[in-house]
Design a protein around this ligand. Structure first.
Ligand SMILES: [Fe+2]
Ligand SMILES: [Fe+2]
Length: 160
């Protein structure tokens, strides 16, 4: 795999919310890096993707809950299923099935492009419609929930 040409640099579709776009660009960059990983690097790259996806998907799930998003269930289910498949991929990789993991990296990259342009785009539209602050992801809601990237989780915060 290391003899392959690097994939073309891609610009992930901007959804008009920098706190989402940053996450998506980071995930896409990590996927591109995993496509180039050697056998000795592959499992670490895959584990890093799982770690990122856990946080990234969890963050979106929290935004959906905080803003009472009507289409949350379908979106959250897709996140859950993909994470389960990624964990199965880790097990297969740990058993030496590197080709299976490489196939999953390709499929995940394709899925991610579709997901960003469909479900994430719809979520971004909703978040903007309820007045989410583009600069930091503060979601106006009864709980005043806010994504704090520095803390790595959702924290309760009063609006400014
Ligand atoms: Fe996303
Ligand atoms: Fe999503």
């Amino acid at each position: 795999m290391s003899s392959q040409q690097p994939p073309q640099t891609q610009t992930v579709l901007s959804l008009g919310l920098p706190f989402m776009d940053d996450n998506h660009q980071e995930f896409d960059d990590m996927l591109s890096q995993a496509l180039l990983a050697s056998d000795t690097e592959l499992l670490a790259e895959w584990q890093a993707l799982i770690n990122h996806a856990t946080l990234h998907f969890g963050m979106e799930d929290e935004w959906m809950a905080a803003s009472h998003y009507a289409s949350a269930k379908n979106h959250q289910t897709q996140h859950l299923v993909v994470l389960q498949v990624m964990l199965e991929g880790l097990q297969r990789g740990q058993q030496g099935e590197f080709d299976a993991v490489r196939q999953m990296v390709c499929e995940l990259k394709n899925w991610f492009g579709h997901h960003t342009q469909s479900l994430d785009a719809a979520l971004a539209l909703h978040l903007r419609s309820v007045g989410t602050r583009p600069e930091d992801g503060f979601v106006p809601s009864p709980n005043n929930r806010h994504w704090d990237r520095r803390g790595g989780g959702i924290v309760e915060r009063q609006p400014r």
